[in-house]
Design a binder for this molecule. Structure first.
Ligand SMILES: Cc1cc2nc3c(=O)[nH]c(=O)nc-3n(C[C@H](O)[C@H](O)[C@H](O)COP(=O)(O)O)c2cc1C
Length: 460
């Protein structure tokens, strides 16, 4: 017979008692887990969540979810805003792909998550304590707050007690290396991935420069050019989408000003110079070096964050400088749809004498009713000179200053369900307009507009 030491006998007794307790409460335990999952029947073990404005993070997340599913895992794919901390408590593994916008901020479909997480912590609910997570942060190191939102997610999840599987990976301008590393790190964590890293560099196409026109000779601002490129054969696009120029292994994004129905792809490009006087890589090429008749490589990128609202929704388009490109595409779309909804364009340029960009077309749209309201603002209009008598209203100063005088009108339009689309300078124009809206509507209501897709930006 085997003789046991007293401590061995005690351990056996404790183990036996534990097993007996579990057996006695087996029905209740089963019910507990059943209830937990029944509250979230659709939530499997792995959550793939994204925060994305332009669609890259969303596309990468979609691809990852698909790969995991093909590898036999049960996966849910959703935006960060759709994910509540309570859902997290049910699914134990969270993979996040999040881009950064504004000045180190969250994309609109990720803004609520951190607030909810903080709130549940304040309520004493430690819902993410058992969660293991990994973060792929997308960004661009041209911005001072590189990948800030992804890093903030990491910090707050960690503070809330969730466990990182590995340090967040920051992807600069979608470079391949880090995307591959992400794939490898996930595989090392035991995730079954079927494929190599998704190719976010959509296929490029050689487009011919058909014509280039200098639009603002004599302007106090830098030269502005309109370029007509041959229509891409392999890609379709809509108002809000982006043309990506590939040069020397890097890319530059430009809002597309035309629609496929116009049979060319139109850009509006400002010639940029560095402090040492050298031309910018992209604008120097597009405005000076690229010869009509020759080709350059482009891809067309869908930009759902700036796609049009339904045709019946009144539309307020606000922008400055080259931002008029993105707004023109929306106006053209409205004119082709014969939309009966009201549309208001408010945009800013420099000189009333030299910066009359697409004046005839805008006047025509105003006269034919495509545009209900038209405000043109000139930041360099000299105090003494008369403003030109054009269709609509003309103002001295910046767009944001003109908008200040239009509070009543803007609020009225919003009451009627209008959507606001902003295209152009992020600093100054877009940030001031954001402040105005927050002042007039409150921070929460402004965010709500954004979440409803009624306040969209394509700013740079
Ligand atoms: C208007 C704008 C603001 C941006 N702000 C930042 C930023 O502050 N920090 C950063 O690292 N990247 C910034 N980016 C770069 C984006 O995060 C990056 O391009 C990302 O790949 C976009 O992913 P998405 O298509 O999923 O939105 C910004 C991009 C745009 C267009």
């Amino acid at each position: 017979m085997i003789s046991l030491q007293p401590w061995g006998q005690a351990s056996l007794l404790i183990l036996g008692w534990c097993l007996l307790t579990l057996w006695c409460f087996r029905a209740s335990l089963r019910q507990f887990w059943h209830n937990r999952r029944a509250a979230h029947p659709d939530l499997p073990e792995i959550l793939v969540a994204y925060a994305s404005e332009g669609g890259t993070a969303a596309a990468l997340a979609g691809d990852l979810a698909q790969q995991l599913e093909q590898g036999g895992e049960a996966v849910a794919l959703l935006s960060l805003n759709q994910l509540s901390p309570q859902q997290l408590a049910v699914s134990r593994r969270l993979l996040i792909i999040a881009s950064t916008y504004g000045d180190g901020e969250a994309p609109a479909n990720g803004q609520q998550f951190l607030r909810r997480l903080q709130h549940s912590q304040q309520q004493g609910q430690h819902v993410v304590q058992d969660v293991r997570y990994a973060i792929l942060a997308l960004g661009d190191d041209d911005y001072p707050q590189f990948c800030a939102f992804g890093l903030q997610l990491h910090k707050q999840l960690q503070q809330a007690g969730a466990q990182p599987m590995f340090d967040p990976l920051c992807v600069n301008r979608q470079e391949r290396q880090t995307l591959q590393l992400w794939q490898q790190q996930l595989a090392a964590q035991g995730f079954t991935l079927t494929d190599a890293v998704a190719d976010v560099h959509t296929a490029t196409e050689a487009l011919t420069l058909e014509q280039r026109r200098w639009l603002n000779p004599g302007s106090p601002g830098a030269a502005l050019y309109e370029l007509h490129l041959s229509k891409p054969h392999h890609s379709h696009w809509q108002a809000g989408d982006i043309a990506r120029l590939w040069l020397a292994g890097r890319y530059r994004d430009y809002s597309i000003a035309s629609l496929p129905e116009e049979n060319h792809l139109r850009l509006l490009v400002r010639e940029q110079h560095h402090d040492n006087g050298e031309p910018g890589l992209g604008s120097g090429w597009l405005c000076q070096q690229w010869q009509p008749g020759s080709t350059s490589r482009f891809s067309v990128r869908s930009n759902p964050a700036f796609h049009a609202p339904p045709t019946a929704v009144p539309l307020i388009l606000i922008g400055n400088g080259t931002g008029l490109a993105g707004l023109r595409a929306h106006l053209k779309q409205r004119s082709l749809q014969n939309s009966q909804a009201s549309c208001w364009l408010l945009f800013g340029e420099r000189s009333p004498e030299h910066d009359r960009i697409w004046q005839q077309e805008l006047d025509h749209w105003y006269q034919s009713g495509v545009l209900t309201e038209l405000d043109r603002c000139y930041s360099r209009a000299s105090g003494a000179a008369e403003l030109p008598a054009l269709c609509g209203r003309s103002h001295r100063g910046y767009v944001q200053h003109a908008l200040q005088g239009e509070q009543k009108r803007l609020l009225q339009w919003l009451k009627q369900g209008a959507a606001i689309y902003i295209c152009g300078s992020r600093d100054g124009m877009a940030s001031d307009i954001d402040q105005l809206l927050q002042q007039w509507l409150g921070k929460r209501a402004t965010e709500r507009l954004q979440q409803q897709g009624r306040y969209r930006k394509d700013v740079y």
